[in-house]
Design a protein around this ligand. Structure first.
Ligand SMILES: *Cc1c(COP(=O)(O)O)cnc(C)c1O
Length: 344
C-alpha cells in the first residue's frame, strides 16, 4: 500500500517514475532534504543560491543553515510594492554562479502564483536547477512536473485533505544520482559489511527513493495522502481551482466595498484562494480572535513569511483562505462579521 501510494503521487504530479517521489514529513523536511542531500554535495564556496523574499521560512532557513556549513552565498530576489516577484531584480541577480533557484509556486501570504514554466526556462538557460515550494499549489491546481519542468518540488499532505506528518520531495531522476543521504539508518542501505582487517564498515546504499527514506516510514500517512489525492482527482483539480478563484473574486469584491479594510497584493485572475488584509485600528491578532468567536477560522501574523511582511512594511496581516469545501454563504457571513468589526 505504501508503494502504491508512491505510484499514485507520481501520477498525480505526472512524474516520469515513482522513484522520483521521496516521502518526507512535509514541505519543510522536503526542502531540508534537498538542501542537505543535494545542496551540501553540489554547492561550493563561490556558488550562489537565488531565493525570493516572498518565500515561506521553510524555503529560506534550510539554505541559510547549509550556506553556513558550506560557505556558498544566498541572494534574495526582491518583491514589487504589490508583493510579487520583481522580475527585473530576479534577472539581475541570476548569473553563472547561480546553481539553484528556490521559489514558491503560490505564495501562502498573497495567493499569487509565479509563472513557474517560464521561470524554469530562464533558470535552466542559466545552467541552474529549480526547486519549487508547491505547498500552496499542488493542493489547489493541476501541477505537472514535466510540463513546468522543475527539478525539485516539495509539498505537504496536510494541506490537501491528507494527514499531518507526510509530504513529498519530487526529484528529477538525473539529480537523484547527485544526492547523498543526510539521514542514515535502516531501509536506506542495501548492506553494511564490517571488515575486521581495516576495522571499517563498507556501506552500499539502497536505490532511490528508499536511499533517502531512512528508518521506518510514515506508512499510514502515505496511504492517507494517496486517499486524499484520489478524492481530489475525483472532483478534478481544474474544478477545485475554478471554485476557489470564483470564491476569491466574490470575497474580494465585497471586501473592497468596506472602507476600513486594506487588501494587499494584486486581486486579478492570477490569484488563488488567499486574501491578505488588515482592518484599520485593529491588530491582525484581534481580528483573527474576534472572527474565531464567530466560528470563522482565519490566520494572523507573519504566516511564516516575515521578510515579505518587512518588504510590504506590514507589522502583520490577517489571511482569509478558501478550499474546495468553502461556500459563498460562508463568505457572506464573513463579510457581515467584518462589517461589525469595522465599527469597533
Ligand atoms: C505550509 C507551507 C510550508 C511548510 O509546510 P509544512 O507542512 O509545515 O512543512 C512551506 N511553504 C509554503 C508556501 C507553505 O504554505
Amino acid at each position: 500500500m505504501y508503494e502504491n501510494s508512491r505510484e499514485q503521487v507520481a501520477k498525480f504530479i505526472n512524474a516520469k517514475e515513482s522513484s522520483e517521489i521521496i516521502f518526507t514529513r512535509g514541505t519543510t523536511e522536503a526542502i531540508n532534504l534537498a538542501a542537505y542531500s543535494w545542496g551540501l554535495n553540489n554547492l561550493q564556496k563561490d556558488d550562489e543560491v537565488l531565493i525570493s523574499l516572498i518565500e515561506h521560512h521553510s524555503n529560506i532557513i534550510p539554505w541559510e543553515i547549509t550556506a553556513k556549513l558550506r560557505g556558498f552565498k544566498i541572494k534574495y530576489a526582491s518583491v514589487t510594492s504589490e508583493g510579487i516577484l520583481d522580475l527585473k531584480d530576479f534577472e539581475n541577480k541570476i548569473n553563472s554562479k547561480t546553481k539553484i533557484v528556490c521559489l514558491n509556486h503560490v505564495s501562502n501570504v498573497t495567493g499569487i502564483a509565479n509563472d513557474i514554466k517560464q521561470l524554469s526556462k530562464f533558470v535552466h538557460e542559466h545552467g541552474a536547477v529549480l526547486l519549487v515550494d508547491g505547498a500552496q499549489s499542488v493542493p489547489h491546481m493541476k501541477v505537472d512536473v514535466q510540463d513546468i519542468n522543475v527539478d525539485f518540488l516539495a509539498f505537504s499532505g496536510h494541506k490537501m485533505l491528507g494527514p499531518t506528518g507526510i509530504g513529498v520531495l519530487y526529484v528529477k531522476k538525473a539529480l537523484l544520482q547527485k544526492m547523498v543521504p543526510y539521514q542514515g539508518g535502516g531501509e536506506m542501505i542495501k548492506d553494511v559489511t564490517f571488515n575486521s582487517q581495516s576495522q571499517q564498515c563498507t556501506i552500499n546504499w539502497n536505490e532511490p527513493p528508499w536511499k533517502f527514506e531512512a528508518g521506518t516510514p510514515n506508512i499510514d500517512g502515505a496511504v492517507g495522502m494517496a486517499a486524499a489525492i484520489k478524492y481530489l482527482e475525483k472532483i478534478g483539480m481544474d474544478n477545485i481551482l475554478a471554485h476557489e478563484q470564483s470564491l476569491t473574486k466574490y470575497a474580494v469584491d465585497k471586501m473592497k466595498s468596506l472602507n476600513k479594510i486594506s487588501l494587499y497584493g494584486p486581486t486579478d485572475s492570477s490569484k488563488c484562494g488567499i486574501i491578505p488584509f488588515n482592518i484599520t485600528g485593529l491588530s491582525s491578532h484581534d481580528v483573527a480572535l474576534l472572527c474565531d468567536s464567530y466560528g470563522i477560522a482565519i490566520r494572523s501574523g507573519y504566516h511564516c513569511a516575515q521578510p515579505l511582511h518587512q518588504m510590504l512594511q506590514l507589522q502583520s496581516s490577517v489571511r482569509a483562505s478558501f478550499y474546495l469545501y468553502n461556500t459563498t454563504e460562508e463568505i457572506d457571513r464573513f463579510i457581515e462579521v467584518l462589517k461589525e468589526l469595522q465599527t469597533l
